[in-house]
Design a protein around this ligand. Structure first.
Ligand code: AHR
Length: 497
C-alpha cells in the first residue's frame, strides 16, 4: 500500500464568508415511502409515533440539525392542491398521485402535519407552491393560511385545526421543474408565470416570503439567460433561483466496478461547474448579488431505483459523493445559500431507510452528521494540493480526471473544522496540514467514515456495517499529519490557542 502526501495550507485568519446553514437542507416528497411510512404512520400505527409522525425518524433527523426541509415535491407539488391536506383528516379527499406510481394519496399528511414534523426535527419549512396546475390565488391563500395573523376565514380554519400561532413559513418555491413535470414551459413563459405568482406571494404575517424561482435542468445556461432577460430587472420579485442537478448513476446502487466508482465520485466536478457558470450568468443580471443560488434537488439516482417509488440502497460510494459535493457547496458559500438533497427517507439518496418498524441510517446520513459543524460557520481560505485519480486511465481526455483528495475548512469561535475526502480506492493519503498565520494548535481530534469496499452498505440485518470511528491526532505547533484511509471521508476538529 503506497501512501502519497497531500498538502493542506489553512489560513485561519482569512474568512471568505459564512457557510449558510441551509446548504445542509433536505427534501421530502409524496413519493414512494418517503412521507407515508418513512415519516407519517398515522396515530393508530403500532410503530411508535407522536400525533402520527414516527418517533425514530424524528430522533435520527434531529441529530443532523437539519436546517430546512422542502415539501411537498418535486413533481408532486405542481399537482398538489393544499386545501386537500387541511381540516379533519377523515374528511380529506383521496386523489391519485399522478407522477409517482399512480397510487392513492390520502392527504393524511398535509400542511399542519408537515409543519409539526419540521418543528419536531428543528428544521425551517420550505413549501413548493403549485404553478403547473394551480393559480396565484390558490398559492396566496396557502400563504394566508400559514402565515396570517388577522382574523380571516383562512386563519380561523387554521385555528379550528388546533394551530393558534401562524406557521411562519418563510421559504416559498414558485413551482418545481416547470421546464418538465411542472408544466413543460419554456423559460420566458415560465418567467411570465413566475412574475404573476411572485407578485401575489406577499407577507401577510411576521414572515416576508422568500420566493424561489425554478432554475434550469442541470446547467442549462440558456434557461438562466432567457429567464433573467424576461424578468427585465424586476429583482424585487425574486430572492432565490434554483437549478436541479442529479448525479445519476454509474453501474447500479450496490453493483458497480472500479471505473464506475471513479466516474460517479468525480461528478462533484459537474456541480462545481454548474455553480461557477450559473453564478457568472446571474451576475450579468444581478450585479449586487441579491439573488441566492439554491440547488434544491441533488443526489445520486441509481439505475435500479424502484420504478414509481425511487427506493435504492446507499453505499460508501454514495457517502463519498455526498461529502465531495457538500465540500463544493461550502467552497461556494458566498453565492450558494441553500441545497436540499433528494430525499430524506426511503427515496433516492436517503438519510434513512425503513422497513416496517425497523430503521437504519445510511452512509450518507453519517456524512451529514460529520459535516454538521460547518453549518453557520465562517468559510476559511485553504489551499489543497493532491494527486489525481481517473476512471479511464487509457483515455487522454478522461473527463473524470480529478484530485484524489478534496475538502473544505470552516471556523466557529476557536475551532476549525476540516473535512477531507480521499477517493483513492487502493491507497491512503497522508494529509500534511499546516496553519498559516499566527494561530497555533491546542488540540485536535478526528472522525472517519470508511469501509473495506465502496459497495459496502448498511442493511436491516447489519445496520452498523458503516459507522464513523474516532481517530487520534498528534499535533505540534501549527502543523500535523493525518492518514486518510482509501475511500474515506474525514472530519478533523482543530482547537486553536
Ligand atoms: O426527486 C424526484 C424527482 O426528481 C422530483 O419529483 C423532481 O422534481 C425531480 O425530477
Amino acid at each position: 500500500m503506497a501512501s502519497t502526501t497531500c498538502r493542506l495550507n489553512v489560513y485561519p485568519e482569512q474568512v471568505l464568508g459564512t457557510i449558510h446553514r441551509n446548504l445542509y437542507g433536505h427534501f421530502a416528497e409524496h413519493l414512494g415511502r418517503c412521507i407515508d411510512e418513512g415519516i407519517w404512520v398515522g396515530p393508530d400505527s403500532k410503530i411508535a409515533n407522536t400525533h402520527g409522525i414516527r418517533n425514530d425518524t424524528v430522533a435520527a433527523l434531529r441529530e443532523l440539525a437539519p436546517p430546512v426541509l422542502r415539501w411537498p415535491g418535486g413533481c408532486f407539488a405542481d399537482d398538489y392542491h393544499w386545501r386537500d391536506g387541511v381540516g379533519p383528516r377523515d374528511q380529506r379527499p383521496r386523489r391519485i398521485n399522478r407522477h409517482w406510481g399512480q397510487v392513492v394519496e390520502t392527504n393524511q399528511f398535509g400542511t399542519d402535519e408537515f409543519i409539526a414534523f419540521c418543528r419536531m426535527i428543528g428544521a425551517e419549512p420550505y413549501i413548493c407552491a403549485n404553478v403547473g396546475s394551480g393559480t396565484p390565488a390558490e398559492m396566496s391563500d396557502w400563504i394566508e393560511y400559514c402565515n396570517a395573523t388577522a382574523d380571516t376565514t383562512l386563519v380561523r380554519q387554521r385555528q379550528a385545526g388546533g394551530v393558534a400561532e401562524p406557521h411562519a413559513v418563510r421559504y416559498w418555491g414558485i413551482g418545481n421543474e416547470n421546464w418538465g413535470c411542472g408544466g413543460s414551459l419554456d423559460p420566458t413563459d415560465y418567467c411570465s408565470e413566475f412574475k404573476r405568482f411572485s407578485t401575489f406571494a406577499v407577507g401577510l404575517g411576521p414572515e416576508r416570503p422568500y420566493r424561489i424561482a425554478c432554475g434550469p435542468c442541470g446547467n442549462d445556461l440558456d434557461w438562466t439567460h432567457r429567464f433573467f432577460e424576461k424578468l427585465g430587472g424586476k429583482l424585487g420579485l425574486i430572492e432565490g433561483f434554483a437549478p436541479h442537478l442529479y448525479q445519476g448513476s454509474a453501474g447500479a446502487s450496490t453493483r458497480f466496478a472500479e471505473p464506475d466508482y471513479y466516474d460517479l465520485t468525480s461528478r462533484y466536478l459537474g456541480m462545481e461547474r454548474l455553480i461557477c457558470q450559473q453564478r457568472a450568468a446571474m451576475d450579468g443580471y444581478d450585479p449586487d448579488r441579491r439573488v441566492g443560488l439554491i440547488v434544491d434537488e441533488w443526489g445520486v439516482w441509481h439505475s435500479d431505483a424502484t420504478p414509481g417509488a425511487l427506493y435504492q440502497q446507499n453505499t460508501m460510494r454514495d457517502a463519498i459523493v455526498a461529502a465531495t459535493i457538500l465540500d463544493v457547496f461550502n467552497r461556494h458559500a458566498d453565492k450558494v445559500v441553500m441545497a436540499n438533497i433528494a430525499q430524506t427517507v426511503n427515496v433516492l439518496q436517503a438519510m434513512i431507510l425503513t422497513e416496517g418498524e425497523k430503521l437504519i441510517l445510511t452512509p450518507t446520513y453519517h456524512v451529514y452528521h460529520m459535516y454538521r459543524e460547518h453549518q453557520g460557520a465562517a468559510l476559511i481560505f485553504s489551499e489543497l494540493e493532491s494527486d489525481a485519480v481517473r476512471a479511464y486511465p487509457d483515455r487522454d481526455d478522461d473527463p473524470t480526471r480529478s484530485p484524489a483528495v478534496t475538502g473544505s475548512v470552516s471556523k466557529q469561535a476557536q475551532t476549525l473544522t476540516l473535512t477531507l475526502v480521499n477517493r483513492h480506492l487502493g491507497d491512503p493519503r497522508i494529509a500534511d496540514v499546516r496553519l498559516i498565520g499566527s494561530a497555533s494548535i491546542r488540540g485536535a481530534s478526528g472522525t472517519v467514515l470508511t469501509a473495506d469496499a465502496p459497495q459496502a452498505h448498511n442493511t436491516f440485518e447489519s445496520p452498523t456495517t458503516i459507522e464513523p470511528t474516532q481517530a487520534t491526532i498528534t499535533a505540534s505547533g501549527n502543523r500535523f499529519e493525518h492518514l486518510l484511509p482509501p475511500c474515506s471521508a474525514t472530519r478533523l476538529r482543530v482547537d486553536l490557542d
